[in-house]
Design a protein around this ligand. Sequence first.
Ligand SMILES: Cc1cc2nc3c(=O)[nH]c(=O)nc-3n(C[C@H](O)[C@H](O)[C@H](O)COP(=O)(O)O)c2cc1C
Length: 253
Amino acid sequence: MNHTIKTQLNHRTIREFKEKEVPENLLKEFISVMQRTASSTGMQTSSIIRITDRKVKKQIAEVCKQEYVGRAPELFIFIVDAYRNNRIAEKKTGKLFPASHDMDRFFQGWTDSCLAAQNLTNAVESEGLGAVFLGSILNDTDKIIEILKLPKLTFPVVGVAFGYSNQEPQLKPRMDMNLRLFENEYKEFENYMEEIEDYDEEMQTYYDLRDANRRVDSFSKQVIDKLENVLENRIKILNSAIKQGFDLNLEKE
Ligand SMILES: Cc1cc2nc3c(=O)[nH]c(=O)nc-3n(C[C@H](O)[C@H](O)[C@H](O)COP(=O)(O)O)c2cc1C
């Protein structure tokens, strides 16, 4: 097995980091990896904000409701960025294009951001460091927009905090790929509870370091918890995107 695949199969989220800084030469490599990441139609409709100011980091940690975010040596926030190409088009033609803020632009930027974030994470892990994705920046997108001074036609997607790991979490179990990988067409199962029985049990052997060595709940219980405890702001993030100038209104047939 090659080094890349070994690294990927060894993936686990790291949430506690040593105080050690990430060296400049590594940061440069990581930035090149993000630059080289595939981009929808080559338009590079995403940008990254590196957070170096401790105060800003703390403000973001508050939105995330995860104090370790404030202590992470490196914190990168990935954003949809249709602003830059809009400015280029405006400068070149003197016109404003309706497509510059349409749904396609938005999702291109969203996908590009996710790919760059994953590529960064792969690079970080391949160098023996650890990382955590932060979807929790979406807890309050209006606040993140304010903190990062995001102009119209930009929108936060995900954060990645990384550094030298100060913990050794277990590999978190995954459900069987039989349930997730299909051939040619979607496969439905008769009884999903039966299908995940072993996985449900295996999950309870996993210790989540976030929760003081307590065994985690079965997967099915976690599914219910997540569906019962919906974060109000997070189901309204498209309202925030519309305020940022994106035209996400569904076309009425
Ligand atoms: C899009 C996305 C958002 C995530 N957001 C957070 C987050 O806000 N905080 C956090 O601690 N972990 C976050 N995670 C990490 C997941 O909780 C983690 O990947 C999952 O529990 C599986 O564990 P593992 O990565 O250790 O295998 C996120 C992961 C993804 C893919």
